[in-house]
Design a protein around this ligand. Sequence first.
Ligand code: GLU
Length: 296
Amino acid sequence: MAQQYVGRFAPSPTGPLHAGSLVAAVASYLDARANAGRWLLRIEDVDEARTVKGADEAIIALLARLGMRWDGEIVWQSRRKDLYQRAADQLAMQLYPCGCNRREIADSRLGIAPDGSAIYPGTCRYGLHDGKVMRSLRVRVPEAPYDVIDFEDRIAGHMVQRLASESGDFVLKRADGFWAYQLAVVVDDAEQGVTDVVRGADLIDSTPRQIFLQRLLGVPTPRYMHVPVVRNEGGEKLSKQTGAAALAADSEAAALALLGQSMAFLGFPAVQADTLPAFWERAAALWGQRYPLPIS
Ligand code: GLU
């Protein structure tokens, strides 16, 4: 029998939900519903420096007003640090302290990884140089040609990344003491039994690093589906920094209008529904027709 589908929506509470994060929420919810799966809600507040007080509650309240029902308890990454520490302990042989600051890494001119971070030249790989103190903790990636990670994305198809040249050794514990998103997301998806990750395409370049960590930790790799990202007129991904408007759904009609916009963005025809339950039922049927699960 096929394994039960477990999906999740994992917003970072750096501000209220906006049109971009709503698209990721809707896509992951519809995929879970279309597959009679569970849908988990995880607040990714691992980056406490960027967490905005009250944003988590606002996100949760809006999802509820949109008629989205999550399964089980909501989890907060800031309350799960012992799990990340345990995973780092398990990876200890692959990790090393790094004393470089941002400018030193940028100066190395190895280039920029697809996700915009500077590629680390490996300066501290074989030990900290004199006078350097540990700032962050990095994981060592294999050298070419053993560094190739590939996966099938349900929309983008076959994806290949060479970790050594396209990422370099990456940070698992940051200089400010917080665990990195890449570690937290892998630990949580595994611990929560997530089988299907449906999220914005801005994270597709992070996926090979996450698969690499899954293999080091000996946990399964979920299926991945990266949906298009909403951009503003200047071509920037919507975020609080780019001035994305917060969404409100004070009535069922307003909620349906918001959901209609997300569906249109995802390329679906208008869903005829006067109530939220009717909307979700029809939308999930449309979604399931367009995106059946691949036979694995
Ligand atoms: N917390 C991330 C975000 O809000 C999403 C992470 C994920 O879905 O893996 O952009």
